[in-house]
Every structure is written in C-alpha cells, then in structure tokens.
Ligand binder design. Structure first.
Ligand code: SF4
Ligand code: SF4
Length: 418
C-alpha cells in the first residue's frame, strides 16, 4: 500500500487502513444520530481523513468542521469490530487542522491561550476561580449571567468555599493493613471545583489500605489541550507528568477524572517510549478498588441510582462494570439502568461551550432516558460530565442529585450527610 502523499501525518493514514467501511459504528455516533449525515459519522470522517492523507481531498474547511463537530467520545471505537483507533486519529487530525490555520476567528485563539496560560498554572487558575467565587458571593454573577443563554447559565458551577479548594496533603497514610502505595493526580479543575470529590477519593483509598502520595510538581494531564488540537503542548505536559510520577516510585497512579485517565493512558502513543511505563500504571479509582476488592462499607444510603458512563472511562479506558459493582455494594442503593448510559452527554471537554447547539441536542437524548428512569441519584466519574448532567437536571427541573461514585462510597464509610 502506498504511503500518503500529503495533508495529514502518516499515522492517520496507517490507522485509517483498519476501517473496512462496514458502518457498524454509525448508530453509536451521537453526531450522526442528530444529523443523519455520512460526513458527520465515524466512517465519513475516516473517509475524509484518508482522502486528505492520500492527497485526493484538500485539507480544508470540510475536514476542519467535521474534526471539531466530532465529540471525541470514542463510542465508535467500542462499536468497531476492526479496532480502528479513532481517538488517536482525531487528535492527530485536529492538530494538523490547527497547524494549517483552518480554525479562524478569535475563539480558537482565546481557547488556546486559556488552555496554555491558565489551566496548567495552578496559581492563575486559582485566581480566576477565586474571582468567580467572589462574583457568586456578591451576586454580581446573577446580573452578568442574565446576558447568557439559559443552557450556558445552567452550566455555571457553584464554586465551593475556599476551605474546600485547598491542595490535599502530600502523603495520606493507609488505614489498617497496607495493600499498596499509589500516587494521585489532583487534576487542574478538580481541586478548584470538585475539591470534595478529591478529598473523598483520598479518604476511600486510605480506608482501603492504600498509602497515597500527591506529588506537588505534577501538572495538568493535557486532555483539554489535545482535544483542542494542541497536541504538542499536551505532549509536553505528559512528559513532565511521566517524569514526576515515575520518580514517585508507586504501584499505580490513581485518577478520579475519566478524561484525565484516558489522556494519561494515551501517553503511550503521545510520547512513544517515554510514556509506556507511566501510561501502564494509570488506574481509575473505581477500577483499582474493584480490582483489589472494596473493604466492607458501614453505612447505608437509600435511593434509586442511575450510573452514567463517562465516555473516556467506558470507551477510552474500557471501564464500565467496575463502578457499577462498587455502587451495588452500598446497602440501600437500588441501581436502576437507563436507556442511554453509554452515550456521550455532550460535555466533551470544551465542546459544550464551543458547539452549544449540538451539545444540547446530544444532552436531550440522555436526559430523556434519565427522566424515564426517575432516579434519586445520578453517578458519573468525570468533572465535565458532572457539570453537564447537573445542567441537564436543572434545565429539566429534576430532583436527582448528580455525584461522583467515590462520593457515595465515602458517604457509605462515613455517612457525613446522614
Ligand atoms: S468520537 Fe464520537 S462523535 Fe466522533 S465520530 Fe466517534 S462516535 Fe462520532
Ligand atoms: S470505523 Fe470500524 S465500525 Fe466504523 S465503518 Fe470503519 S471498520 Fe466499520
């Protein structure tokens, strides 16, 4: 088979050869389901990528539009019998589209600036979140948010009190007989908006016999940057984290954000050679607890619970049964299935900000399924999904509380709200 002539990196071409055009991925693709267009399906996008890689199609606006209309949810990978590595192809294509200057306007430049200059810099991010917290306390945000559409207003998270935005200690000892020593990725957004989820994760790990170290010089995982086409910058972040976490000398690197976990596991192909050992140690917190066996829970929680799979956990890391198995162990919880659990919620990094209409259409389908199941609780293990589903619940006027699975496990050990 001839090598590609022009347009996209040779890896995109090589990966595209695995596609046999069977179409089995089409019904799994949220953007195809909404539009019904072949070009907005996985098969159509692969066709475009291959055409560009072979020099038959110009690297132009159509591919640029489709590469960014794609949610990057990787549901097509799960559905594909040929093992097409769509996520990697998409990242490489987006990077080429950006390099070719095919995303004009202010928004991509602003997005890149924030993802490079703010998100990986803890102090700058803290300052920004602190200003948002001040605006919320003084109610200025209410006036400002009136200028936003309702769907965007619903997305704004409640910024926690300062005490809940502290960095965790550098070492948390294991309770009882030690079962391992792990490192914890705090994440960039997690400590600022979901500090309580991080605290719950550390307590549950400790309770389950893990000594946890939290390396201070870790950085952002690079997921958001790679999604936004800034793959080289993401590689730099992965390089630094690989060095920091390798130096920690731990059995596993535990992550409670599905998007971060999937990105860290991608280090194997982002930084070939350097990233394999780092990527191989990454474990989602539910995956690890399920592997070792959860120590007995002590308190019950009453309610009907829907578990919703984050795309980057089920499709990006192949983890779907473990969180359900853990949640089933909580006395009083009735795990109820819903019809759209493994589909994207429409959050997809910054997609719910950059492609609001499609994001809303994708969310609607999931909220229909959740409303039909009528749960008291919805559990999902990714910050973007937590925010998106909370927005969906608010917009629908539903009563369900949206939580991270590890918060329920923590509650079932300590019952802090009981
Ligand atoms: S990643 Fe998701 S949105 Fe993109 S082509 Fe695959 S299934 Fe469709
Ligand atoms: S990506 Fe996979 S499932 Fe989709 S058309 Fe190609 S071979 Fe078939």
């Amino acid at each position: 088979m001839a090598e590609p002539v022009t347009g996209l990196p040779s890896q995109v071409y090589t990966r595209s050869l695995a596609c046999v055009h069977c179409g089995l991925c089409l019904s799994a693709c949220p953007t195809y389901r909404v539009t019904g267009r072949e070009t907005s399906s996985p098969r159509g996008r692969i066709y475009l990528m291959r055409g560009v890689a072979e020099g038959r199609i110009e690297l132009g606006e159509l591919l640029a539009e489709e590469a960014y209309l794609c949610l990057g949810c990787r549901a097509c990978e799960t559905a594909c019998p040929s093992g097409v590595e769509f996520g990697a192809m998409l990242e490489e294509t987006r990077a080429a589209v950006d390099e070719a200057g095919l995303r004009g306007g202010l928004q991509p430049r602003l997005e890149r600036m924030i993802l490079r200059q703010v998100v990986p810099h803890r102090r700058r991010l803290r300052l920004l979140i602190g200003l948002l917290a001040l605006a919320q306390r003084t109610r200025i945000d209410r006036v400002a948010s009136l200028l936003l559409p309702r769907s965007l207003r619903a997305l704004l998270p409640e910024i926690p009190a300062r005490a809940d935005r502290r960095q965790p200690p550098e070492r948390i000892p294991a309770e009882g007989e030690q079962r391992g020593r792990v490192a914890f990725l705090t994440g960039c957004v997690m400590p600022e908006i979901f500090g309580s989820v991080n605290a719950a994760t550390l307590r549950v790990l400790s309770r389950n016999g893990f000594e946890v170290v939290v390396p201070r010089d870790q950085t952002c995982c690079g997921a958001l940057q790679a999604h936004a086409g800034d793959l080289d910058f993401a590689r730099g972040l992965a390089r630094r984290n690989a060095a920091v976490f390798e130096a920690a000398g731990v059995d596993a690197i535990v992550v409670n954000s599905a998007g971060c976990g999937a990105a860290m596991r991608s280090a194997e192909h982002w930084i070939p050679g350097e990233g394999a050992s780092y990527a191989g140690k990454v474990r989602d917190v539910c995956e690890l607890l399920d592997e070792v066996g959860l120590r007995p829970l002590t308190h019950s929680i009453q309610g009907r619970l829907c578990y919703d799979d984050p795309c980057h956990l089920i499709h990006g890391q192949g983890v779907s049964a473990a969180p359900r198995r853990l949640l089933e162990q909580i006395d009083g919880i009735e795990l109820v299935p819903h019809a759209d659990a493994s589909s994207c919620c429409g959050a997809a990094g910054t997609y719910n900000l950059t492609h609001r209409e499609m994001s809303q259409q994708v969310l609607e389908r999931k909220m229909d399924a959740l409303a039909a199941a009528d749960p008291d609780l919805i559990a999902t293990g990714n910050p973007g999904c937590l925010m998106q589903l909370r927005a969906g619940v608010r917009l629908r006027g539903m009563r369900a509380r949206v939580v991270h699975p590890v918060e329920l496990l923590d509650q079932a050990y300590q019952n802090p709200h009981g």
